[in-house]
Design a protein around this ligand. Structure first.
Ligand SMILES: Nc1nc2c(ncn2[C@@H]2O[C@H](COP(=O)(O)OP(=O)(O)O)[C@@H](O)[C@H]2O)c(=O)[nH]1
Ligand SMILES: [Mg+2]
Length: 331
């Protein structure tokens, strides 16, 4: 069922938090209007600073995000958006109730938008629509966006491509340092946070990381290694400061521009590829041609390569059909 977009977009532009939540749901559910929504708000996207927070489960990422949010809301007039990707829950919003309760402590709730997304199977990975949800919050006026995701497997690469600054949170126990080096966290971290510095071994871990950082290619930015006790609100100002310094560096070195251009290029290519694939394989005549072709391969009268070539030919001919040529993108 199509939601009337115009009134919703109007309320969104006036700053309605409920309208933002509705738009996010549309985008997340890949509703018919998802592309249209993104298209309409795109001009307002681009001011938010996007900070990725990753690291092993239990390191204190959510606690840190909570502290950073509190700090930004109380010391600046920024709106803060928090997107937490939950790898365990198949349902959006389910298992992160704890986070929501913590967020409730934040003073000015009107300036904080918290959203948890399910990671849809890709263990620890970002949700499919993280970028779009971040864009909606950006257009809504969030100056700061914090993206929390568990750092296992592919997810840290995901987050590094979506965030401008990546914070890797580790704790001084259970060989986190070694794990980090193995998992490729060393390469993507712009800022290291050793949380739970109230525990033994924090200084040692920090030193290990500093030493191994020498092996990184020189980019002009040397990741600081900071100690925090997020639960006790200790060391947070230093993190804020490091994030600001990294942001300044991103701008002065033109790295941010390059990053944004790369991200845009990937995004447009993904949109085109998705559309091509969807249209190709949802076409009934192409599908039956494929089924028949498979039998021909079995019968030895064609090969996968010849079949692929004739499917592409058929698809090209189908595109001449004006009805087929219509796509889901706004014009
Ligand atoms: N000892 C200690 N515990 C902390 C600290 N920061 C957070 N925690 C606790 O670590 C646990 C996991 O924190 P959480 O933020 O949920 O970790 P996440 O899984 O990385 O998001 C919670 O029980 C926190 O209260 C800290 O600085 N010191
Ligand atoms: Mg968490």
């Amino acid at each position: 069922l199509a939601t009337p977009l115009e009134p919703l977009l109007q309320q969104f532009r006036e700053g309605s938090k409920r309208a933002a939540a509705r738009l996010i749901s549309l985008v997340e559910d890949q509703a018919e209007q998802a592309h249209q929504v993104m298209d309409r708000i795109f001009a307002d996207v681009g001011t938010a600073r996007r900070i990725g927070i990753t690291g092993p489960p239990g390191a204190g990422k959510s606690t840190l995000v909570d502290r950073l949010t509190e700090r930004y809301v109380t010391t600046t007039d920024l709106k803060v958006g928090v997107i937490a990707v939950d790898p365990t829950s198949p349902f959006t919003g389910g298992a992160l109730l704890g986070d929501r309760i913590r967020m409730g402590r934040v003073v000015d709730e009107d300036r904080v938008f918290f959203r948890s997304l399910a990671s849809r199977g890709s263990l620890g990975g970002l949700s499919l629509h993280t970028t779009e949800v971040a864009d909606v919050l950006d257009a809504w006026g969030c100056g700061m966006l914090l993206l929390e995701t568990v750092g296992v497997g592919q997810s840290e690469l995901d987050i590094a491509s979506k965030a401008q600054t990546t914070v890797v949170v580790l704790v001084p126990e259970s060989g986190d340092g070694i794990q980090a080096m193995k998992a490729g966290l060393m390469e993507i971290a712009d800022v290291f946070v050793i949380n739970k510095a109230d525990r033994d071994g924090a200084d040692k871990l920090a030193e290990e990381i500093r030493v191994s950082l020498h092996m990184r290619a020189d980019t002009g930015w040397e990741p600081p290694v900071l100690l925090t006790r997020a639960r006790d609100n200790e060391g947070i100002a230093e993190v804020v400061d490091a994030l600001q310094r990294h942001h300044d560096w991103l701008i002065s070195s033109e790295t941010l521009r390059e990053h944004n251009q790369r991200a845009l290029r990937t995004r447009v290519r993904d949109l085109v590829e998705d559309e091509l694939k969807t249209r190709l394989w949802s076409d009934a005549s192409i599908d039956s041609m494929l089924q028949e072709g498979l039998l021909d391969i079995e019968g030895g009268t064609t090969t996968p390569y010849r079949l692929a070539a004739s499917l592409l030919d058929a698809y090209r001919r189908r595109l001449q059909d004006p009805e087929m040529a219509a796509n889901r993108f706004p014009r």
